[in-house]
Every structure is written in C-alpha cells, then in structure tokens.
Design a protein around this ligand. Structure first.
Ligand SMILES: Cc1cc2nc3c(=O)[nH]c(=O)nc-3n(C[C@H](O)[C@H](O)[C@H](O)COP(=O)(O)OP(=O)(O)OC[C@H]3O[C@@H](n4cnc5c(N)ncnc54)[C@H](O)[C@@H]3O)c2cc1C
Length: 383
C-alpha cells in the first residue's frame, strides 16, 4: 500500500488514476479483496473522510468517465452521506455507543476470560487466519477493504463473542479513514442493530472466494443470531447551519471537514487550522493524516484568500473575530467543542441536500438522491 499523503493533490491524483475503474470493472470486482494493494476499489476513503476530496467530485468524475455504468460506484459514494445524515439525525446512537464502550471496558476489567479473548484478537492470536492477518494489516496500513471490514466485524461479534463497541473503537482509532458515522453504523449493521434483526454473518466459503483463496478460516459461527435490538433512537431533523456573520471573520478549518471551498465564503481575515483529531489515542497514521489534511487545507485557503494562516492544536480561544467553520459532524471532534463555544457552523450544500433523506434505510437516499442533488448541478446515473 502506498503511503497515505494527506494532501488534496495526492487524493486527486489517486482519484484520476482510479477513474478508469469506476465503471463496469468496479461493479464486477469491488467485493474482491486481493490483498495489500487494492485495485478493485479506490482506497480514496481517507481523503473523502477529511473532505480533501468532495463526494461531488467523485460522483462527477465517475459519471463523466462511465455514464450509466458508474451506477455501482455512485451508489457506494452515497452510502457515506447516508450514514453521516442518519447519525446526525440520531445523535443518541453515538451517545449510546460511547456509554456502551465504557460498559464494555468495565466488563473486560472484571472478566478474565473476556480479557483473554480480547487480547488474542487485538494481538492477532485468534488462530483464525484471516482475522490475524487483518489485524496486522490494520496496524501496518490503517486501512482494510470493505469486505474485510464486514467479515472482521462479523467474526468479532459472532464467533469471538466480543462486545461490538470494542471492535468499533479499535477501528475508529486505527483506520486512517476512521469516521464515527460510517464506522459505528456499519458495526451496528453487521450486528443486526441498524436494520433491526438483520445481521451479517461471515461465511468461510465467501471469504475463501472473495480473497482468491488467500484465507481458509476455520471455526466460524455461521448460525449465530443477531444481537438483541437495543431500541429505536429519537429522530431529530438536522438543525440548519448557522448564519454567516457579517463583516470580518476567521475561517476555522478542522479535521472533520476540511472542505471549506464548498461553502463559497467571502475572504476571511484569517485562517485557523485546528489540528485536533478528537481521539487522543488514535494511531499515529490516523493522527498524522488528520493533522496533515488540516495543514494542507489551511495552506490552500490562506493562499486562495491571501490571508494569514495559523495552525493550533485545539479549538482557538474566541477573540475579536467571529469564528466560522464547516459543520463538525456527530462524533469525537464535535464532542470536544466546549459548551457554548461561539462557532458559526455552516452546512455543506451536498450534506444539506442529502441528510434529510437519511431518516430510514439506504434505499430512500439512493432512490431520491438524483432529485435532491440536481439543484446543485450534480447529475447522477440511474441507480
Ligand atoms: C465495519 C465497518 C467499518 C467501517 N468504517 C469506516 C470508517 O471508519 N470510515 C469510512 O470512511 N468508511 C468505513 N466503512 C465503509 C467502507 O468500508 C469504506 O468507506 C471503504 O472500504 C473505503 O474504501 P474505498 O475508498 O476503496 O471505497 P470505494 O469502494 O472505492 O468507494 C468510494 C468511496 O465511497 C465511500 N464508500 C464506499 N463504500 C462505503 C460504505 N460502505 N460506507 C460508507 N462510505 C462508503 C467512501 O468514501 C469511499 O472512499 C466501514 C465499513 C465497515 C463494514
């Protein structure tokens, strides 16, 4: 796997190189995890996660190159907005996840057998060949193929019988694309908690087939029941973004969304890049990508607007200038905002269009995305 370079230029270069594969090849081969060098999928998620590349750019690139054959790729890109919008409207699920993680850590502290199973899993000593290899890959590269993530989460929950919150936390801290919404809701989906009672069971035959025989896992529980449903969370339509303050202001760029350019702002008096990541114990690879992404975006904004740039480690002390930022989404970085912090949070137009559709299952987003995104000038193939 190439090094993750946290710049927009590197992300665009990777996207351009993968564009010829965003059509039929992607639809046919995306489920195959051929190993450390992904060629069946784009591995663009770290750049998209930090919005060094916007979803709209990927959608436009895929459609321009492949027309109707881009449908599968386009639909996968929409999953990201679906998960973001869904969690944004049900923040209680994130609060429950954080509380569930605390409870799981307490359980581990009191249960020696559970602690041993957990240690074996995170140290790659389960004896299940694929799981031990994926842990090594996660630690070495900070990235796993989507299918490997699904299999891993399923084996973690249903074969190793480990609390899903511990697995989700492991991913969130280790993945270079770690994202509270995509990660938490994918783990919940595998467990049978997102679509009530519908879980994802990893099967040895499926793993053998889609890894081209690299793995031959033994002892998987292929009959397990979904986890007991933990109850609906209230649905709160996303609050509208704040109004843009009049006059001089400071643009705050943070790791949750570095895509300041989508907001079409007037020139700020200053750009402040906040390099905080929100997760104190994230892996070095995840932290350095997040910090690098902020530095890259802040430098580009400073050059574009012709104003001074400062990089700071935490949310800046409020000063004379009103602070304006892209909307920080539900998750650790948002949680780190001090209560009542005076930050005008602006909603990216793509999110504003897509999030209100994310109230139920993905189908509602997929079937209505074309209509919702058309006013932004984004045309989708038939999905
Ligand atoms: C248990 C589990 C945990 C996950 N955790 C994360 C996470 O922390 N961060 C994260 O970005 N994704 C997460 N995903 C979703 C998905 O695995 C990754 O987005 C995808 O593997 C990224 O690889 P790619 O860039 O090659 O994707 P491609 O297949 O090339 O797709 C292009 C882009 O579309 C988006 N995308 C594709 N598939 C999905 C999906 N299923 N969900 C959301 N967005 C998608 C990504 O932004 C991706 O870069 C998780 C999935 C599972 C099953």
């Amino acid at each position: 796997m190439a090094q993750w370079e946290p710049t927009r230029a590197a992300g665009l270069a990777r996207a351009a190189a993968f564009a010829p594969n965003m059509g039929r090849a992607y639809a046919a081969r995306r489920n195959y995890d051929s190993g450390a060098q992904p060629d069946t999928v784009s591995a663009l998620s770290p750049w998209v996660r930090r919005r060094l590349i916007a979803e709209r750019e990927l959608l436009e690139m895929a459609r321009a190159a492949h027309g109707p054959d881009a449908a599968k790729f386009v639909s996968e890109v929409l999953w990201r907005g679906y998960f973001k919008g869904w969690l944004e409207q049900r923040p209680e699920i994130w609060e429950r996840t954080v509380a569930g993680l605390d409870a799981a850590r307490s359980a581990v502290a009191q249960d020696a057998a559970l602690a041993q199973r957990l240690a074996a899993a995170i140290e790659g000593r389960t004896g299940i060949d694929c799981v031990d290899a994926w842990i090594a890959q996660l630690r070495a590269e900070g990235w796993l193929h989507n299918h490997a993530r699904m299999w891993f989460a399923s084996i973690w929950i249903f074969t190793l019988r480990l609390p899903w919150e511990l697995g989700a936390d492991l991913f969130l801290r280790a993945l270079v694309d770690g994202d509270a919404a995509s990660n938490t809701l994918s783990w919940r989906w595998v467990a049978g908690l997102h679509t009530r009672g519908k879980h994802y069971l990893a099967r040895a035959e499926n793993i053998r087939r889609y890894t081209d025989g690299r793995f031959d896992p033994q002892g998987l529980d292929e009959e397990a029941e979904p986890l007991p449903y933990d109850g609906d969370a209230p649905l709160t339509p996303p609050a509208p973004g704040n109004a843009m303050p009049a006059g001089r202001y400071a643009l705050v760029i943070h790791a949750d969304d570095t895509g300041y350019d989508a907001l079409e702002l007037p020139p700020p008096a200053q750009v402040i890049g906040v390099t905080a990541h929100g997760l104190a114990d994230a892996s070095a690879a995840a932290r350095s990508f997040a910090e690098g992404a902020v530095a890259d975006a802040a430098a580009r904004a400073g050059a574009a607007f012709g104003c001074p740039v400062a990089l700071v480690a935490a949310w800046p002390e409020p000063g004379d200038l009103p602070l304006v930022a892209p909307w920080p989404t539900v998750g650790p970085l948002r949680d780190s905002l001090p209560d009542g912090y005076p930050l005008a949070q602006l909603r990216n137009p793509y999110d504003a269009a897509l999030w209100p559709l994310a109230t139920a299952g993905f189908f509602k987003v997929k079937s209505r995305a074309a209509g919702a995104l058309a006013p932004l000038g984004i045309a989708l193939p038939e999905l």
